[in-house]
Design a protein around this ligand. Structure first.
Ligand code: AMP
Ligand code: GLY
Length: 424
């Protein structure tokens, strides 16, 4: 069986390694993949957003049996719709379901309509109205660009002036392009954050093991927001009681709401949750596997990933096992010095022998004459799995020391807070 995976980051590397565990898989193509993924898949030089190119490759090769579309952009652009049209079964939502991530206004209105708990909000497509609203809005407040903005379209404003500046930046200066022509202004919530990825086929929703992301660049949650500097799974804040409540008040109602809207969601639906004093609330939905959450969630999946994905595609998820290990995982991301601001590329990397149950998921690297060199901000993630969270963290950090390139940096406190909570 030949599989095509769209995307080229650490998340895709984790998906590819997991898919490869199925013996029926003969070949995996990655479009575009990267220099590290090349060790596990055949990389094809077609961008994830080049939907025509993806279709052309699939037609030309003529031997693709299944496709996994991992990143948000191609999903929003209708990559799954296009591949389905040429007869290729896919994992991932069609465009009209992917809108749950690609339009924050859609997501907020959906939650309001169906009573799914989330921060209270107003939406605006007129800048003056937004600025006037901010004269009386509670502070701090949260300003979000409607569309996809590479994870940067959310600004938490501590003062009215900051809030107004954020609105101008999005609506007048178009800092995030057309993404910011509509905005959401919402209530600032507090509480621990939990990421829950789920498999859903529109009939059943099966949450995966919970995880915790670390979005800021520096230790102690300081520094700029990044794509994610590390993760742990499971997330100790996510108790069985919380999980039950989320299933009842968030997961099932969201799946049903999408069906009701004629936008049945099939794929990985990601719930970004905040556990507030008033119960769990949705901070955001993503229409895909999270990055770097996937790098801790999939290594703990005991069941076969391809079997689950195909069951999602064929709407028979209820029939398959989705079992997770009782172990813990920690992923530490190694980034290029300067990231998420400007950084240098092309640094030669050396990766020593990993110890224990450890995987390296490469996110930003290319091969030049057989030599692996950095090519992105987040370069790779080291994921270690162990019986306890404490051991998983310690093992990941021992292994991170074996990864070297000029100006490499990583956070030294991934999982520290989770560990304090787990220990009580
Ligand atoms: P998002 O891109 O929607 O995940 O937002 C990025 C981050 O901003 C989240 O992970 C939260 O830490 C924070 N955030 C988003 N919305 C809110 C909110 N309503 N209240 C507090 N923090 C928020
Ligand atoms: N880690 C958050 C995301 O994938 O959007």
């Amino acid at each position: 069986m030949n599989i095509m995976v769209i995307g080229g980051g650490g998340r895709e590397h984790a998906i590819i390694k997991k898919l490869a565990e199925n013996e029926a898989v003969t070949k995996i193509y990655a479009l575009p993949g990267n220099g590290g993924i090349a060790a596990d898949a055949e990389c094809v030089d077609v961008k994830a957003t080049d939907i025509d190119g993806i279709e052309a490759f699939a037609k030309e090769s003529g031997d693709i049996d299944y496709a996994v579309v991992a990143p948000d952009d191609p999903l929003a652009m209708g990559c799954v719709d296009r591949l389905q049209e040429i007869g290729i079964p896919c994992f991932g939502p069609v465009a009209k379901a992917a809108v749950i991530e690609s339009s924050k206004v859609f997501a907020k209105d959906l939650m309001k309509k169906y009573g799914i708990p989330t921060a209270t909000y107003e939406t605006f497509d007129d800048m003056d109205a937004a600025l006037a609203y901010l004269d009386d809005a509670p502070i701090p407040t949260v300003i979000k660009a409607d569309g996809l903005a590479l994870g940067k379209g959310v600004i938490i404003a501590e003062t009215r002036d900051e809030a107004k500046a954020a609105v101008r930046k999005m609506m007048e200066e178009k800092a995030f392009g057309e993404s910011g022509s509509r905005i959401v202004i919402e209530e600032f919530l507090t509480g621990p954050e939990v990421s829950v990825l789920s498999f859903t086929d529109g009939r059943t929703v099966v949450p995966m093991i919970s995880s915790q992301d670390h979005k800021r660049a520096l230790d102690g949650d300081q520094g700029l927001n990044t794509g994610g500097m590390g993760t742990v799974a499971p997330n100790p804040y996510y108790t069985e009681d919380v999980a039950r409540e989320c299933m009842e008040t968030i997961f099932l109602p969201t799946m049903e709401a999408m069906n009701e809207e004629g936008r049945t969601f099939q794929g990985c639906l990601y719930f970004g949750l905040m556990l507030t004093e008033n119960g769990p609330k949705v901070i955001e939905y993503n229409c895909r596997f999270g990055d770097p959450e996937t790098q801790v969630v999939l290594p703990l999946l005991k069941s076969d990933l391809l079997t689950i994905m195909q069951a999602v595609t064929e709407q028979r998820l209820a029939e398959v096992d989705v079992e997770f290990s009782s172990e813990n995982a920690c992923c530490v991301v190694v980034a290029s010095g300067g990231y998420p601001a400007s950084y240098e590329k092309g640094k030669e990397m050396t990766i020593g022998e990993m110890e224990g149950k450890t995987d390296i998921f490469i996110a930003g690297a290319k091969l030049e004459d057989g030599v692996l060199k950095t090519s992105g901000g987040r370069v790779l993630g080291v994921t270690s799995v162990a019986d306890t969270l404490e051991e998983a963290i310690a093992l990941a950090y021992r292994n991170v020391e074996k990864v070297q390139f000029d100006k490499a940096y990583h956070r030294t406190d991934i999982g520290r807070r989770a560990l304090e909570v787990a220990k009580g």
